[in-house]
Design a protein around this ligand. Structure first.
Ligand SMILES: [Zn+2]
Ligand SMILES: [Zn+2]
Length: 212
């Protein structure tokens, strides 16, 4: 694949090593009035991490098997945060979110910023600010895999015809995460099945062309 950076030294991406530590990501598809949205439960070495909580909080919590160390939010749209209060109350875990989507809407959160490396429950992850679908959208990178929220969807990308969205920004954001894709990279999106980057590169017409 021309868009991967297989040849670059591993030291250029120090967070990769820790992201490769034992972990498992479980997709939990919940229904918000018949509209399906994904949450993810990451079984990290020292606890669980919940990503997004849009609806059916009991089902999300039911997918955990260890104390929840953190709740990560990919972006602030209702279908990703409507069950946040419930999940936070039940777990007592801190909520990590980008200020551009959290400010004035979500009380008491840990602000995420572009390029930040965080260690949660023994799992190292890297945060990329990837606006375009919403101003505070972020992508979480663990090893070669990425939790992309609504940045990239099966055969498509997040909507940019809504308030706060921008096609120019989403294109730039996708260009930011694509160079990290490897042949076996999985993309955990906000809606639909778990994707493989290789398959999206072959079939998704909305992805910007890679560097030639
Ligand atoms: Zn959204
Ligand atoms: Zn969504």
């Amino acid at each position: 694949m021309s868009t991967t950076s297989t040849g670059s030294p591993a030291t250029a991406r120090p967070w990769r090593a820790s992201g490769l530590a034992l972990r498992e990501i479980k997709q939990v598809t919940v229904s918000m009035d018949g509209f399906e949205v994904n949450s993810y439960v990451i079984h990290a070495p020292e606890g669980d991490i919940i990503v997004d909580a849009g609806a059916e909080p009991q089902r999300i919590l039911g997918a955990t098997r260890a104390p929840v160390a953190a709740i990560l939010v990919t972006h602030g749209h209702a279908d990703h945060v409507n069950a946040l209060d419930f999940v936070r109350r039940e777990t007592g875990a801190p909520v990590y979110m980008h200020p551009a989507d959290a400010e004035g809407r979500v009380p008491d959160y840990e602000p995420l910023e572009d390029g930040q490396a965080i260690d949660l429950a023994g799992l190292g992850l890297r945060v990329f600010h990837t606006p375009g679908h919403s101003p505070g959208s972020v992508t979480f990178v663990m090893g070669d895999d990425q939790i992309v929220g609504d940045l990239i969807l099966p055969g498509s990308v997040g909507r940019t015809d809504i308030p706060g969205a921008s096609w120019e920004e989403i294109e730039e954001s996708i260009r930011k995460v694509m160079p990290l894709w490897e042949e076996d990279t999985r993309l955990y999106a906000g809606h639909g099945p778990v994707l493989t980057a290789a398959e999206e590169l072959r079939t998704n017409p909305y992805l910007p062309p890679g560097p030639s």
